[in-house]
Design a protein around this ligand. Sequence first.
Ligand SMILES: Cc1cc2nc3c(=O)[nH]c(=O)nc-3n(C[C@H](O)[C@H](O)[C@H](O)COP(=O)(O)OP(=O)(O)OC[C@H]3O[C@@H](n4cnc5c(N)ncnc54)[C@H](O)[C@@H]3O)c2cc1C
Length: 286
Amino acid sequence: MRGAVRERVVLAPYMHLRIGGPADWFLEPYAEEDVALAVRACRERDVPLRVLGGGSNVVIADEGVRGALLHLPSLNRIQRDGNRITAGAGVTLPSLLRAAKEAGLAGLEKLTGIPAMVGGAVAMNAGTRDGETFEHLVSLTLVDRDGNVVVHGRDRFRACYRDGGLDDAIVVQATFELTPDDRQAIAARFSASLKQRNASQPVSMRSVGCVFRNPAGDAAGRLIEAAGCKNLRIGGIEVSPVHANYFVNDGCGSAAEFVALMGEVRARVRKTFGVELAPEVKFWGF
Ligand SMILES: Cc1cc2nc3c(=O)[nH]c(=O)nc-3n(C[C@H](O)[C@H](O)[C@H](O)COP(=O)(O)OP(=O)(O)OC[C@H]3O[C@@H](n4cnc5c(N)ncnc54)[C@H](O)[C@@H]3O)c2cc1C
């Protein structure tokens, strides 16, 4: 495999929350065929394999994760073909949005402010109340569980709320169909979305975004706040005073404290409202 293969790499610096112990193996393949080789190598050796994107929706255990982690920053090409833009899985969402804006192609503004790589945004079907990643997706290049590179149209996938339905395949490239529009109009929509996000979320803090899924017909943040959990703290992790469904790390927090705070918040919401909150964030190594 071309690219970097490292042993016992501490993951905290790769995580938005800045928490996480080491992965046994940390693989950074150079190109999509190297991703396929890595998948096959891990399969042959019975090594569990996960893909890490921008690390903004995952909490890694303090003890780390066993097996191998794929990280794909080298898949960072963005190509334009008419109204279509193709981006590698390792392109950051802000870079993709900037490229679309500069090309005068509209649609992706609804994803403004979501910290992700393209692969993670597709895998999670990241979105806002204005729309989701899959809306503009045309096709995906994937490496499947057997290590084959395959291309599928969007209709192949059953994307739903915060789930692209990829069935453990690895995204290496995604193509989006966008709509030509005036650059200034696109830029204005970007700014409006960013302004709104900056006012309502602790964007400059270390977090994993929304910790719990919204229960049907309600908002997890509202329930957490109404159950008196705002500013609740365990060690270095606190329920954000800005948005109660965000837990923020003051720089000294641990994964154990994050999980303990989740437990306390769930218990209080259950006791006050009889509602069982379900996690939106993923946990690795627990
Ligand atoms: C401040 C903040 C605000 C947020 N706001 C939003 C929001 O408005 N809307 C929203 O939907 N989310 C939001 N999130 C959550 C997060 O940004 C999204 O879930 C995002 O899609 C995660 O992308 P990532 O690249 O960071 O993936 P990671 O967190 O690294 O991984 C998430 C999942 O995607 C999988 N994955 C990553 N890359 C690939 C790949 N190439 N192929 C296959 N699977 C892959 C991982 O294995 C994992 O299961 C927010 C998070 C933060 C910290």
